[in-house]
Design a protein around this ligand. Structure first.
Ligand code: PSU
Ligand code: MN
Length: 304
C-alpha cells in the first residue's frame, strides 16, 4: 500500500469484500459549483451511489494525505474553502504531499488515487480535453494523458464545448483510449446530448461496459477508458443558449489573458454566470445520472 494513501474504513471494507466502489472527484466540489450547492450535490451523489448498492469514495488531498473516501466534514471543508483549495493535477501531487497541503483532485488525480486504492470505476461530470486554439497554446488537459496510462473507467457526460471536441477525440484515439457512448453513437456535449461527433462504440448495458473494462485488463492493455453518458433529455439545455455563453466566456478569457490551470475553472464559472441557475441544475442532474451508471457498472464488474 502506498505510504501516502488513506482509504476510509467503509471503502476499505467494501474493497476487501469484493463489493462495488465508485470514486468521485473533488475539484467539482471546490471549483465546479458554488457553496452550498456543491456540498449538497456531493452528499447527494454519495447517497445515490449507496442506493444503487455501491460504496462512494470521494477523493481529495487532505493535509498532504491522498484520501479515498471522505467524511462529511471533509466534504464540507472543501466545499466551503472553494477556490482557496489548490486544484491538484498530476504535477501538483508531490508538492502538496510534501507540504502537507490540501488539494482538490481533478479527473487526473482522482484516477491516480482510485488506481492506488484498487477502485475501478469513477463518476464525474465532464473531463478536461484539448482546448480550442490548442494548436498555438498547447493547452491540453492532463486528464487525457491519465486516461492513456491509468486503468480506471471514467463515466462522464462528455465534454463541454469550451473544448475542441474533435481534437479531444483525435488525441484520445492517438493515446489508445476507448471512447464509449452509453446508449448513443454520438459524443454528448455535457449540457446537451449532441455534439455532431461520433464515439468509437455504442454500449447499451452496464454488463457490457464491465466486460469491456475486464477485457482491457485481461488483454494487458494499459490505460483506462471513457464512458460518455448523455444528460437526460428533460434536463438538457438549449444548444444556442449554451453556445452563446461559451463564445462570450472564451472571448473574455482571451482578453484577460487567462491561462494555465485557471483556464478551465474560469470558463466554467463564466458559462455558469451567463446561463444562471439553469446550467447549475443541469450540471447537478447529469452528475447524478453518471453516478447511477457508474454504480451499476461497478456492481456488474463485481459479478464477473
Ligand atoms: N470540466 C467540467 N467540469 C469540471 C472540470 C472539467 O465540465 O469540473 C474539472 C475536472 O476536475 C477536470 C478538470 O479534471 O476540470 C480539468 O482541468 P484542466 O482543463 O485544467 O486539465
Ligand atoms: Mn490546461
Amino acid at each position: 500500500m502506498n505510504r501516502y494513501l488513506d482509504i476510509s474504513p467503509e471503502v476499505k471494507a467494501a474493497l476487501d469484500e469484493g463489493k462495488p466502489v465508485v470514486a468521485l472527484e473533488s475539484t467539482i466540489i471546490s471549483h465546479g459549483m458554488p457553496y452550498p450547492q456543491n456540498v449538497e450535490t456531493a452528499l447527494n451523489v454519495e447517497a445515490i451511489i449507496r442506493e444503487c448498492g455501491a460504496v462512494p469514495a470521494t477523493c481529495a488531498i487532505i493535509g498532504g494525505r491522498l484520501k479515498a473516501g471522505l467524511s462529511k466534514d471533509e466534504i464540507e471543508h472543501l466545499g466551503k474553502k472553494g477556490y482557496d483549495v489548490p486544484k491538484a493535477s498530476r504535477r501538483d501531487l508531490p508538492v502538496l504531499i510534501a507540504r502537507g497541503s490540501d488539494g482538490a483532485t481533478t479527473v487526473t488525480t482522482t484516477m491516480i488515487i482510485a488506481a492506488l486504492a484498487g477502485i475501478r470505476v469513477f463518476a464525474t461530470g465532464g473531463i478536461g480535453g484539448v482546448h480550442r486554439g490548442a494548436e498555438t497554446t498547447m493547452d491540453i488537459s492532463a486528464d487525457l494523458e491519465e486516461l492513456a496510462q491509468t486503468p480506471v473507467m471514467v463515466v462522464c457526460a462528455g465534454a463541454k464545448s469550451i473544448l475542441d471536441l474533435g481534437l479531444t477525440l483525435e488525441y484520445l484515439e492517438t493515446k489508445g483510449v476507448p471512447v464509449l457512448g452509453y446508449g448513443t453513437e454520438e459524443l454528448p456535449a455535457f449540457y446537451t446530448r449532441h455534439s455532431g461527433f461520433k464515439v468509437d462504440y455504442r454500449v447499451d448495458s452496464p454488463e457490457e461496459l464491465a466486460a469491456i473494462y475486464q477485457a482491457q485488463r485481461d488483454s494487458g492493455c494499459k490505460g483506462g477508458m471513457l464512458v460518455t453518458n448523455p444528460i437526460p433529455e428533460q434536463y438538457s439545455m438549449d444548444k444556442a443558449v449554451i453556445d452563446r455563453a461559451i463564445e462570450t466566456a472564451l472571448k473574455e478569457a482571451a482578453e484577460k489573458g487567462v491561462h494555465g490551470k485557471q483556464t478551465t475553472p474560469f470558463l466554467l464559472a463564466k458559462v455558469k454566470d451567463l446561463t444562471g441557475g439553469d446550467s447549475l441544475a443541469s450540471n447537478i442532474q447529469l452528475v447524478y445520472n453518471n453516478a447511477r451508471l457508474a454504480a451499476k457498472t461497478a456492481a456488474a464488474l463485481c459479478r464477473l
